[in-house]
Design a protein around this ligand. Structure first.
Ligand SMILES: [Zn+2]
Length: 277
């Protein structure tokens, strides 16, 4: 699943390439990606047509494009969604689901597995009501670090589970959680209440560092499906120190990185640098 850096890469591309454009036509080619828009696919097409795109914003892994009527086009990429900006004559992608035509270009929602989707959020230009429950992310200037720290320390849950809790902090998924915990030298199963406030603030710094570096490299591309609006993959996977490196030496101490099962996925950590007490 794409994480914050991959989604932010897409947002930056949309900000550069579609903001200011007016939608000339919309075609929903498969109904599933607009299933959460209750008025249905034909209303989606009619309401979006003629609107000017005023911006490209993000909260956690949700993107939205504020429109000139005060509504917003809200996008979630799910497991495999892509927002591509193509010239109109570019051949259709195999899993093209929604085509948003603009003068001289098209915004295309391509999604193989179709867990992602689009909807029009009425009155959602500032912040769509569908995502008000999503916490800010650590790169957001208004993210409240002290609030995060005190909430984590009131809980017995393991720190990794809390990092993935989108109501506490958004945008951190499995890959960047493991990388941040490795940098902070914290074991993911450490209960929040046993970690000092100082260590948690350092962990947040590590999260910001990892995400900023990943952004600088266009994100991580474990899956060829994570691409920017021009269809290109990022390169941060070459910089990973823990995630996906089971059996390889820790870059800090040489111990072998271990993998354990975690919530239907895996956790990767260094048993020496990130001990459990
Ligand atoms: Zn180590």
């Amino acid at each position: 699943m794409p994480e914050l850096p991959e989604v932010e890469v897409v947002r930056l591309g949309l900000a550069r390439q579609v903001v200011g454009s007016v939608v000339s036509a919309v075609a929903v080619l498969h109904d599933r990606p607009v299933r959460r828009f209750e008025a249905g696919p034909r209303a989606f097409e009619a309401e979006l047509t003629g609107r000017r795109i005023e911006g490209a914003r993000r909260r956690g892994k949700y993107l939205w494009l504020p429109l000139d009527d005060g509504n917003a086009l809200l996008v979630h990429l799910g497991m495999s969604g892509q927002m591509l900006v193509r010239e109109a004559q570019h051949p259709d992608e195999r899993h093209l689901r929604v085509r948003v035509s603009m003068p001289e270009k098209e915004l295309r929602f391509v999604d193989q597995r179709m867990f992602g989707g689009l909807l029009l959020s009425h009155g959602g230009a500032e912040l769509p009501r569908e995502i008000v429950h999503i916490a800010r992310d650590p790169l957001d200037p208004e993210f409240d670090s002290d609030e995060f720290v005190s909430r984590v320390r009131r809980s017995r849950s393991g720190i990794k589970r809390q990092l993935l809790d989108q109501t506490k902090v958004s945008g951190v998924g499995n890959i960047y959680a493991d990388e941040s915990l490795w940098r902070a030298r914290l074991h993911g199963q450490l209960p929040g209440e046993q970690i000092s406030a100082t260590a948690l603030l350092q962990l947040l710094d590590c999260v910001r560092e990892v995400m900023s570096e990943a952004l600088g490299q266009g994100g991580t591309s474990f899956d060829a499906l994570y691409v920017n609006v021009n269809g290109q993959s990022g390169q941060f996977d070459r910089s990973l120190r823990a995630y996906g490196r089971a059996g390889q030496p820790c870059a800090r101490c040489g111990s072998l990185i271990r993998r354990v099962a975690f919530m239907n996925r895996s956790s990767f950590f260094c048993p020496s640098c990130q001990p459990l007490p």
